[in-house]
Design a protein around this ligand. Sequence first.
Ligand SMILES: *Cc1c(COP(=O)(O)O)cnc(C)c1O
Length: 638
Amino acid sequence: METNWSPEQSSGLYGINTWGQGYFKVNEKGNVSIFPSPNGTAQVDLLELTQDLLDRGIRVPIMIRFTDILKSRIELINDCFQKAINDHNYKGIYQGVYPIKVNQQHLLVEELVRYGEKYRLGLECGSKPELLVVLALMNTKEALIICNGFKDVEYIETAMLSQKLGRNTIIVVDRYEELGMIIQISKKINAKPKIGFRAKLNTQGAGKWVDSSGARSKFGLTSMEIVEGVEILKKEGMIDCLELLHYHVGSQIPVIQNVKSSLKEGARFFTELYEMGATGLKYIDVGGGLGVDYDGTGQSDSSINYSEQEYANDIISGLQALCDEKKIPHPNVVTESGRFLVAHHSILVFNVTGVNNLYRYALPRVITKEDPQILQELQYIFEKINIDNLNECYNDLIQLKQESLQLFIYGVLSLKHRADAESMYWAIATKMINFASQNMAEFEDIYNHLQQEICATYFCNFSVFQSVPDSWAVGQIFPVMPIHRLEEKPTQIATLADLTCDSDGKIEKFIDIENGGYKKTIQVHDFKEGQQYYIGVFLTGAYQEILGDLHNLFGDTDAVHVSLTESGGYIIDQYVPGDTVTEVLSYVQFHRGQLIEKVRQATEESISKGIISKQDAKLLLKHYEEGLSGYTYLEEAE
Ligand SMILES: *Cc1c(COP(=O)(O)O)cnc(C)c1O
């Protein structure tokens, strides 16, 4: 073990003190610690927690959710808006809603409602099924239920009737046709709806989700439709039903300038509507988009260049300036921040199951005069290589590699000799990397090329498609790091491959603290057979779980909800077992009973032909049934 290394150096290498936001740090034992409230002292050692969960029979990969982090996020955004409101002597109040599409887990939504009660935190739904969830769970007085998304008669009627349960439901007109439906239904059931208009802004968001806004976005009313909508509402005597103006310019807005410019345009819609006679307007809903700093750089699409306080300040001060100028009452401010509230609270922990490592420190054997010429040449390079002839040797090496493959194809080189050549190539490359690293200014290209080829693959017990789909789908960066051994220098450079047989099933974007961008490999510790090595993917609470899919039939992972106790410990509030193989198979219409019966019939046939003994048949069926009841991921042998 290297001695000149410290947990602090690991913190620097993985950038945990920037993206960790005070929730995650490296402790003096060299493990990752969770600080559920970033200003507090209470902490949970993530390695010890993981081992504790394994002792209870909970399995890796595990999704660990920290309830206290949720609470902290709700407090944080509310405190920021309250401070901005106080500082600017703003007259409206702040009232967030959580869009449940970001993560609809039952317990999570319940916890958000419970912790959010004192802040009147409401819920937003974007579809009929989500509306049904929201209606059942939302009972905070004065909290809003915001209805977005595609709507049919049933959606609108249900939303409108919920007002008669005392729910504060606002139906947002996302497409122009919905306005006519709302008016008709209100007459039919004799209800006075609360209506919102979603404006299609010309100002666009930025980053990966920029298409949510702009003239061609899927949702929202054009200025023409808004003007006509106001006329219709007036004609129907319903203009006082228009209570809210909404816009949403896309998720994860990386730069504050886009927050400011969309607010400017959105606030103008608000004051114009008010002046056109929509004096019942009392909310402006600025949508989601408040970003999360996934990589700590402050300058990429996976990062943000502003704080939550600046976000709140810019919205409140922008509204105040415009409303005061137009002498219009300050509206209450609604945000639909989802990612911001839930991203930090979940961590995925998985184990490494094996390593494919190509570093070689010696030649496979001594090459003699009897061996093919090409092997003699490779041996010569291996022996003469040094820092002064590195360029020349590197060019020769690349040349010889090509030649050896050609000679094999033409039948000149045997498979055994090809294997020798291959392993000599890795030995030379290993030596070259070592020399190149001594003078990176000159040999960076050589270093990068060989390192890329030779770096280890760590095989990891999880599925990217199920647990971090945005890493694959949109190339988003997530913080990834070992959760222990951080007092030890990570000597290996690796890529992380998942369990799927898909060549896209890997994480290949890692935070690059030194250069600000991202890199394709991560530094990890050497993998020791017989010792567990755990890696964590952080900030996975938003979108990942629900977007995750069953590629290769890897199902939901085990999940636990953990909260801190007064005495400084923690309790497991809930264990949500991951999918069994039987459950996953039933999604594609394979049913347990039928499968077992088919295999049983096959064993009967073989027993009668004498190919299998009754004992072996019994054992096979036992394994088959156990397999169906088991976890979809790799399990430790009992
Ligand atoms: C998805 C969505 C949100 C949530 O956005 P975040 O960036 O996660 O805060 C809010 N509002 C609408 C209309 C959405 O579609």
